[in-house]
Design a protein around this ligand. Structure first.
Ligand code: C2E
Ligand code: CA
Ligand code: CA
Length: 690
């Protein structure tokens, strides 16, 4: 049986009425209306203060009636509404108000409910007061709650600090809150405006909105004043009632501050605060951008630049001085590079430059040379005069790699090769570098054993005066390694320095020099023996003791030894080196500046150096007999030395023509294959005695 609608009646049972469905009696209509609207009717009789309420249950339609007094009714109200109700009531029954219409909260079996009570006096007593009042009561709790949440929403909408707008589906504004007005500035009357006039809605947000009714995006808002404000927008579609047209709610948040913080963070994360250069992350970013475009016509050179000996300075002068030094070096690097080149601080004392060099790898070499010369200029930091060199490894894209990691790794490997080759130079990457590095490691291990076991030999090369008489000798190290045969000192000396063997090797050399000087003196030839001293040994600081012990042990005087140092000894801490060498000179050892002219020293500061003689590098002799310019250069150097009171020794004299020229210039001593090769100590003693 299908359920039927049930019509209630105050006068009949439901069952009775069910069958009378088609014919509803006209006099029953008010009851039905009452039932349908969910209202109750009430009446009040002044006589006996009777208050009667009748209603139908919305659940089963059953009729209900309650009788009490008005006082009972007032008691059922929440306390804070009772006085107000009494007043309203009194106004009505005394005839002051025509209708009774009030909303109050009442305690019921279903908790506290809002009710709306309406009524009207239908008869009056003699004193003019109402004696019968009739009306309806309705539970309006749900409506009140809806009202409340609406008011809440409205006030939230109005007072939200985020700009809010309600829009039609065609983006036209229905409502905008104060924050949106403020954000846009005064120029925009908003009603019925298309939101897209002042807000860019990204296509992706529109698609997302269509797909899921909600979208979020970052975009820009154009203010009345023409400013562009970065904003975050959230859009959501809603239907006010089921099936009705849809609306959009837009939340627009000004993210200027957040953007500023973000870009500051991005800046900070890509910058090195010490040198104010971009950092490693910035380089990665840059290389990722440019490497894909590298070609043989558009090559990219990556220079890995490492400062030589920075650690020692940092350790000895302190970190503040170290920082200052790095800042100076960063400025110099920038000066040596072109404006379009990218320079970053890689970390520590390492820098990387990325250069676009077109189709000319030669450009990379040219710039590397400029960088080296710029770096090695002298400077004064916290009262210390010093200069530092750099070692540079160069890798070129695309031939040496086409992704940032490979190119950087190869440039780094080349940088190590430059260090190993003696620092203050650049090296280009080639595929053999890894094998070279391995070979060097093996060689260093063998050298360490050789030095420990004193398996280093020394030969001596005589020095002559203009009359070809031997006036002195130079001790030169020799090493015959197992498996690699005779290794050139040009190879194993730098290796020893890097491997921490310089002092041990130097100690051996000094002892052998003293021993040889003593043997020559014993044979009646009191000639000085020159020994090559590594800059590291000068820096190390125990050279004076070592020399004194060797002299004492072999009973020789300091003037029987000469110390040959290269300009690089002055490179790091000029003042400390100057002090130590001056002290050694005062102790009686002659100091010779070796390989003069190959380094970085300017002739200008030659007079400040505590040296007795200059060994003019053999590179000055190349071409000297064919080229007027070379000859003049050599003559200038010799003159200068003479003017400064320095003795001169010419190195690498190989021909009679060179010898004659040097003689005519007035050089004092000569060393070279023309007059005497390096020979064993015994051979030289024999030669001397011949
Ligand atoms: P150096 O001090 O400039 O030594 C002179 C170098 O020139 C020696 O090479 C010598 O054999 C070479 N030489 C001499 N006359 C001629 C010539 O007429 N023509 C040419 N082409 N070369 C000539 P060597 O023995 O291979 O030594 C190379 C370098 O190794 C030395 O250059 C020196 O800087 C370093 N060295 C050698 N022995 C020692 C040592 O005991 N201690 C240190 N610290 N360094 C050393
Ligand atoms: Ca030498
Ligand atoms: Ca030399």
């Amino acid at each position: 049986m299908s359920p039927r609608p049930r019509f209630p009646s105050f006068s009949a049972t439901l069952a009775d009425q069910a069958d009378a469905l088609p014919a509803i009696l006209p006099e029953r209509l008010p009851e039905l209306a009452l039932w349908a609207s969910g209202e109750s009717i009430w009446e009040w009789h002044a006589e006996g203060d009777r208050h009667v309420q009748q209603w139908f249950s919305t659940e089963d339609g059953s009729a209900h009636m309650v009788e009490d007094t008005l006082a009972d009714f007032i008691d059922s109200l929440v306390p804070e509404h009772r006085d107000a109700f009494r007043l309203t009531w009194r106004m009505h029954v005394t005839g002051t108000s025509g209708v009774l219409d009030t909303a109050v909260q009442r305690n019921t079996g279903k908790g506290v409910r809002w009710i709306r009570l309406r009524g009207r006096a239908v008869s009056f007593c003699e004193d003019g007061r109402a004696c019968h009042v009739v009306g309806t009561v309705r539970d309006i709790t749900d409506q009140r709650e809806a009202d409340y949440s609406f008011r809440l929403m409205a006030s939230a909408f109005a007072s939200s600090r985020d700009a809010l707008a309600v829009l039609r589906a065609d983006w036209r504004l229905i409502e905008a809150n104060a924050a949106l007005h403020a954000l846009l500035g005064d120029g925009h009357p908003l009603a019925d405006q298309d939101l897209r006039r002042f807000l860019d809605i990204p296509a992706s947000a529109r698609e997302q909105l269509d797909a899921c009714g909600y979208a979020q995006a970052e975009t820009r808002l154009h203010t009345a004043g023409g400013r562009k404000v970065p904003v975050e927008i959230a859009l959501s579609r809603f239907n006010a009632e089921a099936g009705s047209v849809s609306y959009l709610v837009a939340t627009i948040r000004d993210i200027t501050d957040r953007k500023r913080t973000e870009s500051e963070l991005a800046r900070v994360s890509r910058f090195d605060p010490l040198t104010e250069l971009p950092n490693r992350a910035a380089l990665q970013h840059h290389l990722t951008q440019v490497l894909p475009h590298a070609s043989l016509a558009r090559q990219l050179a990556v220079l890995f630049i490492d400062l030589d000996g920075f650690k020692e300075i940092n350790d000895s002068l302190g970190h503040d001085a170290g920082d200052e030094l790095l800042r100076t070096m960063a400025r110099r690097l920038q000066a040596a590079l072109r404006p379009q080149d990218t320079l970053v601080r890689w970390g520590g004392d390492e820098f990387v430059a990325a250069l676009e060099i077109g189709a000319e790898p030669e450009r990379a070499r040219r710039i590397a040379r400029r960088v080296l010369s710029e770096l090695s200029q002298r400077m004064t930091i916290r009262g210390h005069t010093l200069s530092l060199s750099g070692s540079i490894g160069i890798a070129i894209a695309p031939s040496d790699g086409s992704d940032p990691d490979t190119v950087l790794r190869h440039a780094d490997a080349a940088m190590y090769a430059a260090k190993n080759a003696g620092k203050n130079r650049f090296a280009l990457y080639h595929s053999g570098l890894a094998a070279d590095a391995l070979r060097r490691m093996t060689l260093l291990a063998q050298l360490r054993i050789a030095v420990e076991r004193r398996k280093i030999d020394f030969v001596v090369q005589p020095k002559f005066d203009a009359q070809r008489r031997i006036t002195g000798t130079e001790l030169l190290a020799r090493w015959e390694s197992e498996g690699n045969g005779v290794v050139s000192p040009a190879v194993f000396i730098p290796l020893a320095e890097q491997g921490g063997l310089a002092v041990a090797l130097g100690t051996l050399a000094i002892e052998r020099a003293a021993e040889f000087a003593a043997r020559m003196a014993a044979a009646g030839h009191r000639l000085p023996v020159a020994v090559n001293i590594s800059p590291l040994q000068v820096m190390e600081g125990q050279l004076d003791e070592l020399l004194a012990r060797a002299c004492a042990r072999y009973h020789i005087k300091p003037d029987q030894l000469e110390l040959e140092v290269t300009e690089s000894v002055f490179l790091q801490d000029f003042d400390a080196s100057e002090q130590r060498l001056s002290a050694l000179r005062e102790a009686g050892y002659a100091i010779a500046m070796d390989d003069f002219g190959t380094g970085y020293s300017s002739l200008g500061y030659l007079r400040r150096l505590p040296v007795d003689m200059i060994k003019i590098d053999r590179s000055f002799l190349i071409d000297v007999n064919d080229d007027e310019k070379s000859r003049r250069l050599l003559a200038g150097v010799v003159d200068l030395c003479r003017a400064l009171g320095l003795r001169t020794v010419a190195e690498g004299v190989e021909t009679e023509a060179q010898f004659n020229l040097l003689q005519s210039l007035g050089v004092e001593q000569y060393q070279g294959y023309l007059l005497g090769h390096p020979v064993s100590v015994d051979t030289l003693l024999t030669q001397l005695s011949a």
